[in-house]
Ligand binder design. Sequence first.
Ligand SMILES: NC(=O)c1ccc[n+]([C@@H]2O[C@H](COP(=O)([O-])OP(=O)(O)OC[C@H]3O[C@@H](n4cnc5c(N)ncnc54)[C@H](O)[C@@H]3O)[C@@H](O)[C@H]2O)c1
Ligand SMILES: O=P(O)(O)OC[C@H](O)CO
Length: 333
Amino acid sequence: MTRVAVLGGGNWGTAYAAVMADAGCTVRLWARRAEVADEINRTRVNSAYLPELTVPEGISATSDSAEALADAEIVVLAVPSQSLRDNLAVWREQLPADAPVVSLMKGIELGTGERMSEVIADAGGVDPDRIVVVSGPNLAHEIAAQQPAAAVVASASPRARARVAEASATGYFRPYLGNDVVGTEIAGATKNVIALAVGMASGMGMGDNTMASLLTRGLAETARLGTALGADPQTFLGLAGVGDLVATCASPLSRNRTFGYKLGSGMTLAEVTASTTQTAEGVKSCESILQLAQGAGVDVPIVENVAAVVHEGRSPRDVVGALMSRARKHEGH
Ligand SMILES: NC(=O)c1ccc[n+]([C@@H]2O[C@H](COP(=O)([O-])OP(=O)(O)OC[C@H]3O[C@@H](n4cnc5c(N)ncnc54)[C@H](O)[C@@H]3O)[C@@H](O)[C@H]2O)c1
Ligand SMILES: O=P(O)(O)OC[C@H](O)CO
């Protein structure tokens, strides 16, 4: 039985820990708050994040990261993207030497513009060959309910990605293998921003034509940016691209879509921020993605306009006008 450490006992960390336990692994789940770890061990419930899930017996929780990481053969990281570097400052010395390190995170670091695998290599001292990215249409509550879904498991190392895929394969979770780490991460982070835009449109009362137009043009700008950064264009047609974009933009379970919906329905940014304790990664990542795009000379109008709403206080209605009145262009450009 593979020994796994999952660091992050929130929505996705807990659901993915359950996937790995169901795949036959022994999992230690690190929760930041001791009361969350205690509750999981005592009652098999994580009431703050996934109250509907009966946490499998193969999972034991702890708030001590050294205990979680001791002897781990696979390490999985599932914390908010902007907190990863600080967390790694503590975990760096505790990470086992040879274990694959899996990123479940979908964000770009503010300030550095680094993808999560770059932060893991840089702040965690992890060889890029050991890093694996898991991404796809994986809303945590649906996975916790064991509804069938697929994901891409991407790594430069064939051995690392095969090991992680094997340790995450269940009757309801189907991993596909990939080698495009850049594309997988750019797709995962950028779809959150597109979901904010779709949520805003929906909150303003707009329907499916608007959603499909945003989704399609959002995919075009994501692929443009990813390709400029070295990604394989095919990745954007796969699970981490179209797959995750469709799930996130369509689902009321998405925190990013919901955040956008509240803005579109007239709440102020301060009101929306105060109304949720959930992680909506796109709110911060839109700024870092915009900077990446500007650095690469790539036009990302939807990301730019979402950033204008969440960072400059522009109204969602204004940005619809701005997007609709852009200079006409060829669809393929
Ligand atoms: N929830 C999903 O459906 C889902 C699915 C796929 C990917 N993801 C990605 O996984 C990552 C984690 O998402 P999540 O849904 O588990 O988030 P979450 O907010 O539900 O949980 C985050 C966890 O990280 C911990 N944490 C550690 N350091 C922290 C800090 N400094 N600030 C805040 N929390 C801190 C929290 O205590 C919590 O246990 C995100 O990048 C997200 O985009 C989420
Ligand atoms: O709830 P969101 O918006 O963070 O989306 C969750 C997942 O990334 C969907 O795959």
